[in-house]
Design a protein around this ligand. Structure first.
Ligand code: ZN
Length: 109
């Protein structure tokens, strides 16, 4: 794959993540009335916590996408950040945001 293909794929992923974040913000900022009963409030708070956790995850993913795009721009996207070896096309296709080769990833865990 060329750097341009990588960038296109990452930008598509970024758009998708931004759209999901926008949906979460829409949920958080909804203006429906506050539920009255205690149990309704408890359910509402639990939902908010789940939505908030998802938002944090999506923002992390967005940061990882931006980091990957920076690696594409720097010409280091296809090289392992730890050992410098080429990251295989198969691994790259499965994990577009990874910065390390399969061997380094295995050693880390
Ligand atoms: Zn490596």
């Amino acid at each position: 794959m060329t750097a341009e293909t990588h960038a296109q794929r990452l930008h598509a992923l970024r758009e998708d993540t931004l759209a999901r974040l926008a949906r979460i913000h829409a949920h958080v900022q909804r203006t429906e009335a506050v539920p009255q009963s205690f149990s309704e409030q408890a359910v509402e708070r639990k939902n908010d916590a789940v939505v908030e956790a998802l938002g944090v995850r999506l923002r992390d993913e967005l940061a990882a996408i931006d980091a990957a795009l920076a690696r594409v721009a720097a010409g280091t996207y296809e090289s392992c950040a730890l050992c410098g070896a080429a990251i295989g096309a198969e691994r790259r296709a499965a994990l577009p945001l990874t910065a390390v080769c399969a061997e380094c990833a295995a050693q880390k865990s």
